[in-house]
Design a protein around this ligand. Structure first.
Ligand code: ADP
Length: 260
């Protein structure tokens, strides 16, 4: 049985093909909704799996841009897909923190991976991937390098503004006063962690806790959040694919149910 999950985010498009419950291929295009990213990632997943659309038994689409994707059998909400995706990766997880390009979600799961409760940030970019992307640009470093850079910090430089625009000015002023880049980055990670922890505490922190979304690839944010929440956080190598994996898992479960 082949199922595909496509997750169209604000920043990137992801696709996963599951074959009998195992990941056959996973593809990412760093272009989100409203671009050619969704079509590119869909074609890349088919090509990489060596199949055509007719071979895919069920295709579920999720994410911010799911409404404009034409190849799917069904659309499913991001929170349900993330819950199922993280449960697939780590069955013991009861709390999921997802940070993507423009939103933060904290979810609590039942032991069988069903969504019990969730909270999301408002429209503000504070604490999101976009916030980190803007700060990286100001510091003239790559977002992918922020985690490693923060390991060289000797003292955290506090960034007190959570608003992206004000925090950007604050970072520029820290650079002007000769603060070291790793210390500023550590301060930025602390600021993200504080904001995300506040949201997570609203759903409660039941272990095991996992992080998903692209920002989970930033070890500096994960470590700062572990400190804020006083807990260990699990991160899978497939963290950015949790939504797409969950969509493919939901497709598989639907087919299994029908076959019974
Ligand atoms: P969306 O689903 O909203 O498109 P993603 O879950 O794909 O978002 O996350 C995108 C964000 O993840 C980017 O804005 C960026 O800040 C962050 N990100 C992506 N790749 C990396 C990486 N290798 N290291 C650190 N951060 C990353």
């Amino acid at each position: 049985m082949l199922t595909m999950g496509v997750d169209i985010g604000s920043t990137s498009s992801k696709a996963v093909v599951l074959k009998d419950g195992d990941i056959l291929t996973y593809q990412l295009i760093p272009l989100g909704t409203g671009t050619s990213g969704p079509e590119q990632v869909y074609q890349a997943a088919l090509a990489n799996a060596g199949v055509t659309r007719e071979d895919i038994d069920r295709l579920i689409v999720t994410g911010y841009g799911r409404l404009s994707f034409q190849h799917a059998d069904k659309q499913v909400s991001e929170v349900s897909c993330h819950a199922q995706g993280v449960h697939f990766l780590f069955p013991s997880v009861r709390t999921v923190i997802d940070i993507g390009g423009q939103d933060i979600k904290a979810m609590s799961l039942s032991p069988d991976g069903m969504l019990v409760n969730f909270v999301m940030n408002d429209k503000c970019a504070a604490g999101t991937g976009r916030f980190l992307d803007v700060m990286a640009r100001v510091l003239d470093v790559r977002t992918e390098d922020l985690g490693e850079i923060s390991t060289h910090s000797t003292k955290e430089v506090a960034i007190s503004n959570t608003c992206t625009v004000f925090a950007e000015s604050e970072v520029i002023s820290k650079l002007a006063s000769d603060e070291a880049v790793p210390d500023i980055v550590a301060g930025i990670h602390r600021s993200v962690a504080k904001r995300v922890a506040g949201l997570t505490l609203r759903v409660g922190v039941t272990p095991d806790v996992a992080m998903s979304g692209g920002v989970a690839k930033n070890r500096g944010v994960v470590t700062a959040l572990e400190k804020e929440l006083d807990t260990t956080i699990l991160v899978s190598e497939y963290c950015q694919f949790a939504g797409a994996i969950g969509a493919a898992v939901i497709g598989r479960n639907e087919l299994n149910k029908k076959a019974k």
